[in-house]
Design a binder for this molecule. Structure first.
Ligand code: ADP
Length: 336
């Protein structure tokens, strides 16, 4: 329990907040920055933008933002504030410098748009200062608990899907097997969704051990069943390695099957955010400001079943959101 004289518990009016983007960039981050700035502006709260994540915070790269500063960014991928991975912020000393900057600018609340790493940092900052923090889930990986979808996931899957559709055209023309690598170092969400939506034959995700011999058998079986092509979607963090490694290991066993490898890479991070990501960004950016005004601290705002839910930040890294077995089974049934 916070002591009764804790100003945050006494309903003190928050007058100045800051917003930053951190970790891996994701489409929709700009839309979320815009929502935070405009929502705060509409409620008479001053907003500062922090450039280049925690690294920029330590270096005092803060700038006052107005409703006009965020004009014309809604539809752009990336983040106008820039992002960074900051080694310095991982140490107490580094965070002390960051806190000093926030105190000097009289900032009482900080909105952090990022993934679980960024939230760990935000949690530490809040515990070591009087600055309240609220997280907005911004990562293409969709691996945070406390929300149905993270910002950027929908756009990234749509980008992967467009590529998979194109690959299917050429795969079918030559009766080939294709190994298509999508992003996801520890999470199979992009792989699973793009595989189901793209009608892939197989999906390899980090959450499920890969049996190479079984995979070879199933590829042969697919062609034997009359399929004209075989698409194997491989999440980059699969235990058998990325698409090149899986194709190499399958190699000899695929005698008689022509195969190719495509790695989609960073194209999945860029591009205009989808409608879903824009709406999510609008809702969550606004909800983050509301949460700070309500005196919340160390929580993430996320959308669950169409409603906005507040989840303790810590839960976002202690409860990892893994791809559900039910959807992996669905994928397997429909690929026959
Ligand atoms: P993401 O937010 O996309 O998961 P990272 O894991 O790279 O990205 O985290 C972004 C930044 O958050 C790191 O560069 C670091 O500055 C900070 N951070 C990550 N983990 C911690 C931690 N345990 N303590 C303090 N800061 C952290």
């Amino acid at each position: 329990m916070a002591p009764l004289d804790d100003p945050r518990q006494m309903g003190r009016i928050v007058q100045r907040i800051a917003v930053l983007t951190s970790g891996g960039d994701a489409p929709g981050m700009n839309a979320a920055i815009r929502a935070v700035v405009r929502s705060a502006d509409a409620r008479g709260v001053d907003v500062y933008g922090v450039y280049r994540g925690y690294e920029g915070l330590i270096d005092g790269r803060l700038s006052h933002m107005s409703a006009r500063t965020v004009s014309g960014i809604l539809h752009q991928g990336g983040t106008m504030l820039g992002s960074a991975r900051s080694k310095r912020f991982r140490s107490t000393e580094g965070r002390k410098e960051a806190i000093r900057e926030l105190v000097e600018h009289e900032i009482e609340g900080l909105v952090v748009i990022g993934g679980d790493g960024s939230f760990r940092g935000a949690d530490a900052l809040s515990r070591e200062s009087d600055v309240a923090v609220v997280g907005v889930p911004g990562t293409i990986d969709n691996d945070l608990s406390g929300c149905d979808y993270t910002l950027g996931f929908d756009t990234a899957v749509n980008t992967a899907l467009e590529a998979i559709d194109r690959i299917r055209d050429t795969a079918a023309s030559h009766q080939r097997a294709f190994f298509i690598e999508v992003m996801g170092r520890s999470s199979g969400w992009i792989g699973l969704y793009s595989a189901i939506a793209g009608g892939a034959t197989e999906v390899l995700v980090p959450e499920r051990p890969t049996d190479i011999e079984e995979l070879q058998r199933r590829i042969h079986e697919a062609f034997a069943m009359g399929k004209q092509y075989c698409l194997v979607v491989v999440a980059e963090g699969d235990d058998a390695g990325g698409a090149f490694s899986v194709a190499d290991r399958c190699g000899v066993g695929l005698a008689g099957v022509s195969h190719r490898v495509t790695t989609l890479g960073h194209v999945q991070r860029g591009g205009a955010p989808s409608m879903r990501d824009r709406i999510l960004a609008a809702r969550l950016g606004d909800a983050a400001v509301t949460a700070l005004l309500d005196g919340e601290d160390r929580i993430m705002v996320g959308e669950i079943n169409r409603g906005v839910v507040r989840t303790p930040l810590e839960q976002t890294w202690t409860h990892i959101d893994r791809t559900p077995q039910e959807l992996l089974d669905l994928m397997d049934r429909l690929a026959r």
